[in-house]
Design a protein around this ligand. Structure first.
Ligand SMILES: [Zn+2]
Length: 168
């Protein structure tokens, strides 16, 4: 059981329950699992997406994104901060349909699941990612630079391959 009920007094006021989940750390096996497509966006999937957003929100001083693997769920779901609006978004079944393979940038990354580790990782400067919102609507985002880096990092997790935690 890693579901914990916390009261989030800051954002919503007293008494509103957020589902804050424990973030697993290496060598937890969930970090190496290839997550499954959500074949339908049912209550279970919506709940995982919401929990991921809530868990990111309480960790926002030290994290900019989370993947479902990191809360020990095996579906393709990510949450991340929109660095312009500071809002937390999630994508179900995210798929990177374009990346700028001739325009790459090197940047430092770390990960709550690999505490104390940071690495320089090459990422595309620009990506287009599509998937579904937690309401079940199709979404498509074009992202650049740090925003693209965040989403690339989270999508790697869904393949069980966080580059921060892999030695090569
Ligand atoms: Zn990570």
């Amino acid at each position: 059981m890693n579901r914990v009920i916390l009261l989030n007094h800051n954002k919503y006021g007293l008494g509103v329950k957020d589902m804050i989940r424990r973030i697993v750390t290496s060598p937890h096996p969930a970090l190496r699992i290839v997550a499954k497509e959500a074949t339908e966006i049912n209550e279970q999937i919506k709940t995982i997406a919401q929990d991921l957003e809530d868990t990111l929100e309480v960790n926002i001083r030290k994290a900019v994104g989370l993947s479902a693997n990191q809360i020990n769920e095996c579906y393709r779901i990510i949450a991340f901060i929109d660095i312009e609006t500071r809002k937390i978004e999630s994508i179900i079944n995210p798929k990177i349909i374009y990346y700028s393979k001739d325009d790459l940038v090197l940047g430092k990354e770390s990960c709550l699941s690999y505490p104390g580790v940071s690495k320089y990782i090459t990422r595309p400067r620009e990506i287009i990612v599509e998937g579904y919102s937690k309401m079940g609507n199709p979404v498509k985002y074009s992202m650049t630079d740090y925003q693209a880096r965040i989403v690339c990092h989270e999508v790697d997790h869904l393949f069980g391959k966080c580059k921060v935690g892999i030695s090569k």
